[in-house]
Design a protein around this ligand. Structure first.
Ligand code: DQA
Length: 148
């Protein structure tokens, strides 16, 4: 089973961002924790991070055919990324949306996700653990054979 793990703008700066919201783990550290988890879940991860919405759309278009699911932290694109939304929809794969911070407890504009309607699940507010639980939920969903 192949999973695309996608991170949006500014997540390359984790470790230097507001620790109260995002924790202290760097993106490579989160990647290592996911890779460790993937061994017990029996899946293979392909990682991608970009600060550019178009680059993420290109990555999804170029890799969706070989993948079984997408784990994504769209970062600020969560709140306005309509072309990202459409690329995820067109990919036709199950999507789990994750956030380090609890977006529902933050500014009004962060409480809106334009991705949520196409995600099978949204996990928010558990810092690094959001990704781990997100990966588990995605693999479980794929294994269940349920349609997107
Ligand atoms: C985030 C929340 C977004 O509002 C923010 O723009 C991010 C990270 C999170 O993981 O909590 O960059 O997606």
């Amino acid at each position: 089973m192949k999973i695309l793990v996608i991170n949006g703008p500014n997540l390359n700066m984790l470790g230097r961002r507001d620790a109260e919201h995002y924790g202290t783990d760097t993106l490579p550290a989160i990647g290592r924790a996911l890779t460790e988890k993937s061994k017990s879940l029996g899946c293979e991860l392909t990682f991608f991070q970009s600060n550019h919405e178009g680059a993420i759309v290109d990555f999804i278009q170029g890799n969706a055919d070989e993948a079984d699911g997408i784990l994504i932290n769209p970062a600020a694109l969560t709140h306005y990324g309509y072309s990202l939304h459409d690329a995820l929809l067109d990919a036709g794969l199950p999507v789990v949306e994750v956030h380090l911070s609890d977006i529902k407890a933050r500014e009004k504009w962060r409480q809106i996700s334009v991705i949520a309607d196409i995600a099978v699940k949204q996990i928010s507010g558990l810092k690094k653990q959001s990704y781990i639980l997100g990966l588990e939920a995605l693999v479980e969903h794929i294994n269940s054979g349920e349609k997107k």
